[in-house]
Design a protein around this ligand. Structure first.
Ligand SMILES: Cc1cc2nc3c(=O)[nH]c(=O)nc-3n(C[C@H](O)[C@H](O)[C@H](O)COP(=O)(O)OP(=O)(O)OC[C@H]3O[C@@H](n4cnc5c(N)ncnc54)[C@H](O)[C@@H]3O)c2cc1C
Length: 461
């Protein structure tokens, strides 16, 4: 059903639902339907903001009884662009926030609609941390249910590797708790393909003693030295200690790297790292990165972890158009590197390419332990483009596809679900691989046989 909802039905819903019910025409509607990516200009039939798990169940039933497409939304940062269906019903979790920390047990309980920044701040108040993503206004739910990568994952594992339990409202309105011992198969699927099985109303995470500082550095080179810089990065990444996260990037005026004046307007390559271990180990652990040519600029030093985590919240704020594609890989051919430099130099928007070293603690977890696939991969290879002019939409998406084609020969098993704007059956297959996809389909048939939760990297039942 795509027409407006009848007043009588809405009145009945409001009697059972304490949270906001926001409809087209309401003053709050335009703000409530807005999503991080400005390309996603969707007009749902209703946006419901439940305040309890029982209200989430009411919202699911309301939608199902009327054949309304269901979308679930927390931080609104969906890379896959699937959260606000035209004419459908959005279950907007933003009223279910809150973070509590038990410092003795080193456990945090987080509301299903909470944002990353709140978890960082609450955990750091006790000298603790959960490895999460790098932008504070991203939703905990969407990020966690796909895996969760960021600055500390080589040290402490993916976000899902620190997940103790999830409280979930399922397609039939039941509230279940999934953990290693409660619904363990569901818990397996929630860790990598989680948006498929219900609405997460709360998460429990394991925390680690950490902080308050992070040691970090960025070395910037002209693109003409891309091969020398890559050789340094590759040799270092091959045996980097778990406490070092490192990334090789190709960029122009990137929002997250300050280009030095000497290279203003030019394509650059950079090698960035952060060291999350003991300060006295930094010199030894990062020595390999100082090999090779001298950079044009180098920034290095300690910063507060919370400051680093919030540093790009504004430059990567809401309102721009965005498209992102990524894959796992085990290397990068010299020809691909040349192509990538040319593609970044000529991108129609702000195009950049990054190669993030994976492994470390991510690879310490057995491949079969979670639905997330590709723990043995050396790198995440990502093409990222942002722009503001709607007339550039197709050119920018085509740029990302062309850029990923350049690294296709370097692909390895798996693709990070939360790093892919393209969605569809073949994308789901390449994210999970054949064997995990089959196991997920069996799980989906148990928990959501009608595919109520399909606006995601979908597992068709
Ligand atoms: C600026 C930016 C920075 C990012 N940085 C990182 C990063 O550092 N690391 C990383 O791993 N990823 C990162 N991502 C990707 C991000 O993790 C995914 O886009 C994620 O899905 C966003 O979650 P959300 O809750 O904000 O999004 P939403 O758009 O609200 O939802 C995304 C998906 O999750 C589902 N979902 C949302 N809430 C729930 C819930 N409570 N229960 C069940 N399903 C739910 C939705 O249905 C949808 O399929 C970033 C994205 C952006 C835009």
């Amino acid at each position: 059903m795509n027409g407006p909802l009848a007043t009588r039905e809405l009145d009945r819903l409001r009697r059972r639902f304490r949270g906001d019910v926001i409809l087209p025409g309401d003053i709050a509607y335009d703000a409530a339907r807005r999503l991080w990516n400005a390309m996603l200009d969707r007009r749902p039939a209703a946006i419901l903001r439940p305040t309890t798990a029982a209200e989430v169940a009411t919202a699911i039933r309301f939608a199902r009884d009327r054949d309304l497409v269901v979308a679930v939304r927390s931080g609104g940062h969906s890379v896959a662009g699937v959260v606000g269906p035209d004419g459908g019903l959005v279950i907007d979790m933003t009223a279910m926030q809150g973070v509590s920390v038990d410092p003795a047990k080193r456990i945090s309980t987080v509301g299903g609609g909470e944002l990353l920044g709140a978890l960082d701040v609450a955990a750091q108040a006790h000298g603790l941390v959960c490895p999460i993503g790098v932008i504070g206004h991203t939703g905990v739910a969407g990020l966690t249910l796909g895996g969760g990568v960021g600055r500390l994952q080589r040290h402490f594992g993916l976000t899902i590797d620190n997940l103790v339990a999830v409280e979930l409202v399922t397609a039939d309105g039941r509230t279940v708790r999934a953990s290693e011992t409660e619904e363990p198969e569901l818990f397996w699927g929630l860790r990598g393909a989680g948006w498929n099985f219900g609405v997460a109303t709360a998460f429990e995470f394991r925390l680690h003693p950490f902080g308050p500082d992070l040691h970090r550095g960025v070395r910037i080179y002209p693109a003409a030295q891309a091969h020398e810089a890559w050789a340094v990065f590759e040799a270092f990444a091959r045996s980097a200690p778990h406490a070092v996260a490192t990334i090789f990037g190709i960029d122009r005026e990137g929002p997250t790297v300050d280009t030095p004046d000497a290279l203003a307007g030019q394509t650059i390559v950079y090698v960035a790292f952060n060291h999350s271990g003991a300060p006295e180990d930094v010199e030894r652990d990062t020595a390999g990165l100082r090999a090779g040519p001298s950079p044009v600029s180098e920034t290095i030093g300690n910063s507060s972890y919370l400051e680093v985590q919030g540093a790009h919240d504004l430059v990567l704020g809401w309102g721009r158009r965005s498209y992102l594609l990524s894959t796992n890989g085990n290397g990068l051919s010299p020809a691909a590197l040349d192509q990538l430099v040319d593609l970044v130099a000529t991108s129609p928007g702000e195009g950049s390419f990054s190669i993030t070293a994976l492994r470390g603690a991510i690879a310490d977890v057995p491949e079969d332990a979670t639905a997330y696939a590709g723990r043995a991969a050396a790198y995440d290879l990502s093409a990222d483009i942002a722009w503001t002019d709607p007339n550039l939409d197709e050119a920018c998406r085509a740029w990302a596809r062309q850029t990923m084609a350049a690294v296709e020969p370097d692909r390895a098993l798996g693709r990070y679900a939360n790093g892919n704007s393209a969605a569809g059956p073949e994308v789901s297959r390449s994210i999970y691989g054949d064997a995990k996809l089959e196991r997920l389909r069996t799980l989906k048939r148990s928990w959501d046989p009608d595919n109520v939760f399909h606006l995601n990297h979908n597992i068709a039942p």
